[in-house]
Design a protein around this ligand. Structure first.
Ligand code: IPM
Ligand code: MN
Length: 365
């Protein structure tokens, strides 16, 4: 087995705590992995004056995969935008060409009651949101502040951003989404706002064209406002959802919450060659940082996705997933997913339990 290099970027807030558990789990698997750490986000700003220092970017570029914790803290809100922690993740996505973001929303059987929706609406929920990650209003130029020359208040200060998508950008994410749908239930919902936006009309047209190469996949289009509503009305009607950067940001948080806790959900951001950055879907949660109560499972499951998608260790990924199922079945819960009758555990105890489940499974075999 060839040695695979992983750039480990814990970041801010709960990032270091959850990352420590994911690393423990990776090390328990006895795989030929080389882990290299670097600062990112506010932490990197503190140590080297930039949220994504050149050394961190280089490490990420040279690695086979990146395991990312979380970035951000209110204390950096006053910094100029280019120095804020969030620029680290945006910069990594752009620099590494990570245009395809996979955000699965799976409701684990044992957590059905942790959802804010009625159990029958979410039991067995398994949807996949595929979010385009390097285009749209997030990166569109021009953007900035200026004095308005027209509009409702000419002469007033205004902020502006540009929403844009090119045909090739839409084509490549559409191919990724159709191929993902082919591996699942062959249903794809493309989400846009084509009744209002030109970018969305192009999006809809291009996705429909790409569908001709995937006649086995059933495609439907949905406006984003309706999609937001359908997600809470009948989430199980969705299988794979593909959408742009901004709509995907919002809908993936909504979908995550259906599952009971965003603390359970991993994500993968991939380039054209399946090199990827893996991170929990949740943020840095500075309000609970340092307390040892954060749920490490999203990061642990992100490490599993990394093994499967980028490092060619699908078996090891399955071992992690089975171990996570097993700790949930044992009734172990961090605070975010705790309910009456289950055992509350700390971040570290949860990581230890996953490691134990992995090593026990190994000895039984
Ligand atoms: C996410 C986050 C980021 C985003 C922020 C931190 C820049 O919310 O990964 O969903 O908006 O993409
Ligand atoms: Mn988000």
């Amino acid at each position: 087995m060839t040695l695979k290099k992983i750039a480990v970027l814990p970041g801010d807030g709960i990032g270091p705590e959850i990352m420590a558990e994911a690393v423990k789990v990776l090390q328990a698997l006895d795989l030929p992995l080389q882990l290299d750490w670097a600062d990112v986000g506010g932490k990197a700003y503190e140590t080297s004056g930039h949220p994504l220092p050149p050394a961190t970017l280089k490490l990420a570029q040279e690695a086979d995969a990146v395991l990312f914790g979380a970035v951000g803290d209110w204390k950096y809100d006053k910094l100029e935008r280019a120095l804020r922690p969030e620029q680290a993740i945006l910069g990594l996505r752009k620099a590494l060409g990570l245009f395809a973001n996979f955000r699965p929303a799976i409701c684990y059987e044992q957590l059905t009651h942790a959802s804010s929706l009625k159990p029958e609406l979410v039991a067995g929920l398994d949807i996949l949101i595929i979010r385009e990650l390097t285009g749209d209003i997030y990166f569109g130029q021009p953007r900035g502040r200026r004095t308005a020359v027209d509009g409702h208040f000419p002469g007033a200060e205004e902020g502006f951003d540009t929403m844009r998508y090119s045909r090739p950008e839409i084509e490549r994410i559409a191919h990724v989404a159709f191929q993902a749908a082919q591996k699942r239930n062959k249903r794809l919902t493309s989400v846009d706002k084509a009744n209002v936006l030109e970018t969305s009309q192009l999006w809809k047209d291009v996705v429909s064209e790409v569908q001709k190469s995937y006649p086995d996949v059933q495609l439907d289009h949905m406006y984003v406002d309706n999609a937001a509503m359908q997600l809470v009305k009948a989430p199980k009607k969705f299988d794979v959802v593909v959408t742009g950067n901004m709509f995907g940001d919002i809908l993936s948080d909504e979908a995550a919450m259906l599952t009971g806790s965003i603390g359970m959900l991993p994500s993968a951001s991939l380039d054209a060659n399946n090199k990827g950055l893996y991170e929990p879907s949740h943020g840095s949660a500075p309000d609970i940082a340092g307390q040892g109560i954060a749920n490490p499972l999203a990061t642990i499951l992100s490490a599993a996705m990394m093994l499967k998608f980028s490092l060619n260790h699908a078996d090891a990924a399955a071992r992690i997933e089975t171990a996570v199922q097993s700790v949930l079945a044992q009734g172990l819960r961090t605070a975010d997913i705790w309910s009456e009758g289950t055992t509350k555990v700390s971040t570290r105890e949860m990581g230890d339990a996953v490691v134990k489940a992995i090593t026990t499974a190994k000895t039984i075999k």
